[in-house]
Design a protein around this ligand. Structure first.
Ligand code: 5AD
Ligand code: SF4
Length: 433
């Protein structure tokens, strides 16, 4: 979502004359869009701000030119005051629900004064109503935010505090943006939300649709060739969404469905509000509807009170589900969340050991999944020139990175390729003659 938000921030600044640059050295303004989900991500912000301070000072002393610094995103939201105190060279602090006010904040900039202009409100207005249209095409595969925030309050998670309460964008606003993207070369949409399948937005006739219904409506749009969504919560899977996976040809056979732990005891302590059997049933139903359905997940190891037995249950769940890919993390205590004050915190060494074991298993599953595609012909969306000269890069229906000769097709095409080699992280394809 930060990738999407960053692009929208660039949209808000474009009318003021700002264009994006790859080189920080060229920048008149640097916006750091931040993440607060784990401590490591938050800490990075302060080291980055130290580096930018030195750049800003050098720029001023050697070129007599100013560089403004903005901090956006969830660290700005949660630690705005602290940023202002610890890093007084920061000029703008803006939270994830207030970045449509960036032009106003930037207009208040005064290089001669110290201290930041700040907006970390959860405004009553819908920021999407105030954001300008995209100033540049988003490419063949684009993100589209449809839902933000969360009311679930998993005991480890800061999202309900940083992104705020659950909000669903109305249908018209989503469809309008989708149409604009499709008109400028996008063929694949990934709908975004912290709890995207909990989306329940207002339709044009004033009724409320569920997420499955939204997928059916988007699938009707001219030019939409692929549809994905991320991230989902098991509790919000619903009948029409299961149907969509069977009936909508553009909906890709891949679902990111985090479970976090395979232990019922830990799931309860995490306030996930479902058990492992409920998760198995969902996966079974998806695969019953579409045999080639691939699943990915998120896992946390070392949640307070997690025993060896609990951890073994997680490994067992992974063995049952067989993931195509997954993200896994050591539990990171976050300020203000209930689990952070639990007195059963797990030793860092134990967390590291469990994470290594879990990642070894997940890596072997990812490798097995990639290898299972060898010799198959699959549709690949061509996204960009590859890092390696002479090659292009794209994505399989199952989110695998695929590389192949640059002579094949054009960016934005979907082409059939035969998979000729597979590694843990990518596939190599050849044109089918
Ligand atoms: N510690 C470790 N991982 C976390 N996540 C969220 N909060 C924490 C935390 N406090 C992980 C979850 C979530 C993903 C986005 O980040 O696995 O699904
Ligand atoms: Fe965080 Fe997801 Fe739980 Fe919401 S459902 S609190 S975003 S982990």
């Amino acid at each position: 979502m930060n990738v999407y938000d960053s692009a929208r921030m660039a949209d808000t600044l474009a009318p003021l004359g700002y264009v994006e640059t790859d080189k920080v050295d060229d920048a008149d303004m640097v916006v750091i869009n931040t993440c607060h989900i784990r401590e490591k991500a938050s800490e990075k912000v302060f080291s980055e701000l130290g580096r930018l301070r030195r750049m800003k000072e050098t720029r001023q002393s050697e070129q007599n030119r100013d560089m403004s610094i903005a901090v956006a995103g969830c660290v700005a939201q949660a630690e705005g005051e602290e940023i202002a105190r610890r890093a007084p060279w920061v000029d703008v602090i803006v939270g994830p629900q207030a970045y449509h006010t960036l032009p106003e904040l930037v207009s208040k900039l005064d290089p001669s004064s110290r201290g930041a202009v700040m907006n970390t409100d959860f405004p009553v207005e819908d920021k999407f109503d105030f954001l300008p249209e995209e100033h540049a095409p988003r490419g063949p595969a684009a993100f589209l935010s449809v839902q933000e925030g969360c009311d679930k309050f998993c005991t480890f998670c800061v999202v309900p505090y940083t992104r705020g309460a659950e909000f669903s964008r109305p249908v018209k606003s989503i469809i309008d943006e989708a149409k604009r993207l499709l008109a400028t070369g996008t063929v694949e949409l990934t709908l975004l939300g912290q709890n995207v399948n909990a989306w329940h937005g207002m339709a044009v006739d004033g009724s409320t649709w569920n997420f499955g219904r939204l997928l059916y409506a988007l699938a009707e749009l001219d030019g939409l060739k692929r549809l994905r969504y991320v991230t989902s919560h098991p509790l919000d899977m619903h009948d029409l969404l299961f149907d969509a996976h069977v009936e909508i040809p553009q909906l890709m056979p891949y679902l990111h469905l985090p479970v976090q732990s395979g232990s019922n005891r830990i799931l309860e302590a995490m306030n996930r509000r479902h058990d492992r059997d409920a998760y198995f049933k969902i996966i079974e139903r998806l695969r019953h509807g579409r045999a080639d359905m691939a699943v990915s997940g998120d896992f946390i190891v070392g949640f307070p009170g997690e025993s060896d037995r609990d951890f073994a249950d997680t490994l067992n769940l992974i063995n049952e589900v067989k993931y195509a890919s997954a993200y896994s993390f050591k539990y990171s205590p976050r300020p203000g969340t209930p689990a952070a004050s639990d007195d059963m915190q797990i030793d860092e060494a134990v967390k590291s050991e469990r994470l290594a074991g879990l990642q070894q298993l997940l890596t072997s599953q990812q490798q097995a999944f990639n290898h299972s595609k060898l010799d198959q012909v699959m549709d690949v969306l061509i996204e960009r020139p590859a890092n390696r000269a002479g090659q292009k890069a794209g994505r399989s229906p199952w989110m695998q990175a695929v590389h192949f000769s640059e002579d094949v097709g054009q960016i934005g095409d979907i082409v059939p390729l035969k998979i000729v080699s597979a590694t843990q992280n990518s596939l190599a394809g050849q044109a089918v003659i």
